[in-house]
Design a protein around this ligand. Structure first.
Ligand code: ZN
Length: 68
């Protein structure tokens, strides 16, 4: 039973497949799994929402004025 090995891409020595860094040259080896883009999660509000909000504000103001 041999562990799966891979070669350090920096020094070329055999290290376990799941190693995240090479303990010979202590370099990090993790090819980071594509992380879901966290930075691009800024709230993206569609334009029609703003239009809707604007319209409802106008309607509210108009009805308030009508009440006066
Ligand atoms: Zn190495």
């Amino acid at each position: 039973m041999s562990e799966k090995m891979k070669k350090c891409r920096y020094c070329g020595r055999d290290i376990p497949e799941e190693a995240t860094f090479c303990w010979y040259c202590t370099r990090e080896l993790v090819a980071r799994p594509e992380r879901p883009d966290v930075t691009r999660r800024s709230s993206k509000i569609p334009v029609w929402v703003w239009v809707l909000v604007g319209l409802s504000v106008v309607v509210v103001i108009a009805s308030l004025l009508a009440w006066l």
